[in-house]
Design a protein around this ligand. Sequence first.
Ligand SMILES: C[C@@H](N)C(=O)N[C@H](C)C(=O)O
Length: 188
Amino acid sequence: MYLRKGVYEKLQKVLQLLPREYSLILYDGFRPFQVQQNLFNLFLTEMKRNNPTFSEKEILDETLKYVAYPSFMPDRISPHLTGGAIDLTIGTLNGEPLDFGTSFDELSEKSVTRYFEHHPDENIDALNNRRMLYNCMTAVGFANYSGEWWHYDYGNIQWARRMGEKEARYGAVEVTIENNQVKEFRFQ
Ligand SMILES: C[C@@H](N)C(=O)N[C@H](C)C(=O)O
């Protein structure tokens, strides 16, 4: 997995804040454009299959809650293309994920970070675990995407907007891929 150095350093700080019996499980970091595009198409197809009565617009609007549109445009860069976005959870020291109330990437309203704040009786463990991740991540400077409890940003345009920063620190990263390996990075 590739990440911006600043993101990696902040994750080290998060590990120091977490109670000693826990670890961080990293699901996804930097994504090349092609990967974002494939993910977007996969989610769109899944959304269509799950909601056969939805209009094209409803399918698109719902899909965009769970995956960013693949874009290099500076004011709407997909966050994972910058290396400044991380999808993660908290696990035991054996790498077993704690209960966060949904699986990673679940297409469900329960994936909204604050869902259990409004439904605490449904799953108090998930509520507390989401709070633990949120508090540790925001304490070191990450900003959460409110639609997904596992997605945090640092340094990209989404982070800058949520934090009231004048500008992003990280733009998009383009890569050349050969034989499924990254051969060259180009920083915008
Ligand atoms: C696909 C999911 N893990 C994700 O990363 N969603 C956000 C919104 C994204 O694509 O940036």
